[in-house]
Ligand binder design. Structure first.
Ligand SMILES: [Zn+2]
Ligand SMILES: [Zn+2]
Length: 166
């Protein structure tokens, strides 16, 4: 889910998913596995997932259910338990040679299943910064996260500090 949030937020200005090297870094950081083509087509396809994933991550519960079911059906997802690299058994719902954008979409849908079933969609919100539409994923126990990034958090902390000085 953190990967999906980061991917959606990369569309905020300035766009941080415009080069294959940025996709490489994203892929490694979130420990994605499976095949890559590492070409412009793959990057374009991944970038094109950002708008639909944003709709999914900001949907209300019933809407999210419909979107998740649509994604799983569209890609004929078949859950399988797999073990690879240093990871113990976990579920993959599409083959590791499916296109990267498909794997990201299906994996996000699978992560949304957990949030929907636990009725925890409030873990996802929009950044409290007035000028930012980034998505915030708050997995903290006390649900204290309000900003999508440390940059947004710091900017607002400085603004609040200045306001107090007046
Ligand atoms: Zn895996
Ligand atoms: Zn933000």
């Amino acid at each position: 889910m953190a990967a999906a949030v980061e991917l959606v937020n990369s569309a905020e200005v300035p766009d941080t998913m415009t080069e294959i090297a940025q996709l490489d870094e994203f892929f490694d950081r979130h420990r994605y596995s499976g095949d890559r083509t590492r070409d412009a087509g793959e990057l374009t396809a991944v970038r094109a997932q950002r708008a639909p994933l944003r709709r999914l991550l900001t949907a209300d519960r019933d809407t999210a259910v419909g979107l998740v079911n649509d994604i799983l059906a569209a890609h004929r997802a078949v859950p399988r338990l797999v073990r690879h690299d240093n990871l113990d058994y976990h579920v993959h719902a599409v083959p590791s040679n499916a296109p990267l954008d498909v794997r990201i979409a299906v994996e996000t849908a699978m992560a949304m299943i957990d949030l929907i079933r636990a009725d925890e969609l409030t873990r996802l919100s929009i950044c409290a910064d007035d000028t930012c539409e980034g998505i915030v994923l708050d997995l903290s126990r006390n649900r204290s996260r309000r900003y999508c990034s440390t940059a947004c958090g710091n900017r607002n902390a400085v603004a609040a500090y200045r306001a107090r000085q007046k």
